[in-house]
Design a protein around this ligand. Structure first.
Ligand code: KIV
Ligand code: ZN
Length: 539
């Protein structure tokens, strides 16, 4: 294989840019990603993700599934109102009420899209829908026509396309195009296809279906066999020009194709892939961190492109090569995906002005009160920690943002731990303006801390995930704790950071409780005339 260096690869990319075909990046982090077990996000978190995706150059943002809940509807509508550049899509089942609700949610967008789908494979038709193929084609006629009367940009998806006989698939696609679909998505819903099969499916449908040359074909791959990125690239060879993906590969089961992998594969292998995307790749790491924070899904260390170790070289031979020439072991420049050399930023003598400048550089703009709180916490951190890095400031500010508008907040914590047992925690919390102090024992300091919180804020939620990672290196590093709580079908994640792991744990637990209480209030006030999507129901 001819292997150009990455600088040569980029020169090639620039010189042949005119010959490259534009691939549309459709991000479904807020729909397929958010829908995956345990990844639900708050309204504000969804707005923040959408804003970043738009800024990063994503062409289409699938902002949610408006019929699913009032919360989803409101998030899609608000994202539609606020987004400057990207097309805003909402998902709708092949049901009239879904399509009407979706049309209502996206109508404020500068460029709205309705994305409607129906299953086409024999196994789905028989066991899930109890319908014949002819009945499904009737449904396609009705629903695509309805959607087309609401907006001009219609995406139609053949759910489980890769397990649909090609003749049946062609009939369905033909019906959708006749009724006005402008994008045809052929998902590998169950992550079953191999690259050769997926490419052949697109090639065949595009060759056989009348009108295929008038629409954009789209790939949507799940990662059950770890083939989602390879399949997405194979779809391009077969004629697709839109790729549906999510940040960090978040999504149903093993996830969706990861946006950062697809985009960087296209960019890095510009020598053999004649395509281009509009993504500003230096923002990839920032997007990854934001999605990891708000979803509560940590990024695995060895995750391609955005993992902590993606550019770390440990072995002696590799380090030796890197010192002589970076390109001996690096196919991408770390800066191209947003990885900066760890930065020693400030110490305890840094003032307000320097802190504000640092926040600006890291992309944060805080209101006056939040800034003052963050600054106080920064001073406190600088007193306790020798070196304060960019990552520390980011963790601190994310933590501060997460507490804005919360009902409960951790004010002080003392824990007595050690071999003697039982461990004991004494916690003071601000509960809507009132300070409450309680103590509790537990089997271990974390258990004691959570028991003390429970005695102030009683609840039935079960802890389903507790994860700690160090923000930077060294024994004085801040701990970042992620927590997932589950309560009668509702899931909430929380995050907290502090140099004291137990304080970080308490903050994360309380942050998850705050989210749960918002969710409880939301579902109590949700009134929609349309058929709701049941908890656990997946599309
Ligand atoms: O995986 C899938 O088939 C989907 C569709 C709704 C597009 O997510
Ligand atoms: Zn999917």
């Amino acid at each position: 294989m001819n292997a150009p260096t990455h600088t040569q690869g980029q020169t090639a990319a620039v010189s042949t840019a005119a010959a490259k075909e534009r691939v549309v990046i459709f991000d479904t982090t807020l729909r397929d990603g958010e829908q995956s077990a345990g990844a639900s996000m708050t309204f504000e978190e969804k707005l923040a993700v959408a804003e970043l995706l738009d800024e990063m150059g994503v062409d289409i943002i699938e902002a949610g599934f408006p019929i699913a809940s009032v919360g989803d509807f409101e998030a899609v509508s608000e994202i539609a109102r606020r987004t400057d550049n990207a097309v805003i899509a909402g998902l709708a089942r092949a049901i009239s009420a879904d399509i009407a609700r979706c049309g209502e949610a996206v109508r404020h967008a500068k460029r709205p899209r309705i994305h409607t789908f129906v299953s086409t494979s024999p196994i789905h038709l028989k066991y899930q829908m109890n319908k014949t193929l002819d009945q499904v084609i009737e449904i396609i006629h009705g629903t695509v026509t309805q959607a087309r009367n609401l907006v001009e940009d219609i995406e139609w998806s053949a759910m489980d396309a890769t397990r649909t006989p090609i003749d049946d698939l062609c009939r369905c696609v033909e019906a959708a195009i006749r009724c006005g679909a402008t994008t045809i998505n052929l998902p590998d819903t169950v992550g079953y296809a191999t690259p050769e099969e997926y490419e052949a499916m697109f090639r065949s449908v595009i060759e056989r279906v009348p009108g295929a040359d008038k629409v954009v074909f789209s790939a949507h791959c799940h990662n059950d066999l770890g083939l989602a990125t390879a399949n997405s690239l194979a779809a391009l060879r077969g004629g697709a020009r839109q790729i549906e993906c999510t940040v960090n590969g978040l999504g149903e089961r093993a996830g969706n194709a990861a946006l950062e992998e697809v985009v960087m594969a296209i960019r890095t292998r510009a020598d053999i892939l004649p395509y281009a995307t509009g993504i500003k790749t230096p923002m990839l790491l920032q997007a990854s961190k934001l999605v990891s924070t708000v979803s509560g899904f940590p990024v695995q260390y060895n995750k391609a492109i955005v993992g902590k170790n993606a550019f770390a070289h440990e072995s002696g031979i590799h380090q030796d090569g890197m010192l002589k020439n970076m390109e001996t072991y690096e196919i991408m420049r770390p800066a191209d995906v947003g990885v900066k050399a760890t930065n020693l930023v400030m110490g305890k003598h840094s003032g307000r002005h320097a802190f504000k400048e640092k926040l600006k550089e890291l992309g944060y703009e805080l209101g006056e009160n939040a800034f003052e709180d963050a600054f106080k916490r920064f001073k406190d951190l600088a007193d306790r920690k020798k070196h304060v890095y960019d990552e520390d400031v980011e963790a601190l500010v994310e933590d501060e943002i997460a507490t804005i508008g919360e009902n409960g907040r951790v004010m002080a914590l003392t824990v007595i731990a050690g071999t003697g047992g039982p461990q004991k925690a004494i916690i003071t919390m601000d509960m809507g303006g009132t300070h409450v102090t309680r103590e509790a024992n537990g089997s271990g300091p974390v258990d004691a801390t959570f028991n003390a919180i429970r005695s102030i804020w009683p609840h039935e939620a079960k802890l389903s995930l507790y994860q700690v990672h160090a923000v930077t290196e060294g024994t004085d590093a801040q701990a970042e704790v992620s927590i997932r709580l589950e309560e009668t079908g509702r899931i909430a994640t929380g995050r907290g950071a502090d140099v004291d792991t137990l304080v970080a744990s308490a903050k994360a637990y309380v942050s998850a409780l705050n989210k749960l209480s918002v969710r409880r209030q939301r579902s109590a006030s949700e009134v929609t005339g349309a058929e709701p999507v049941r908890v656990g129901e997946r599309v």
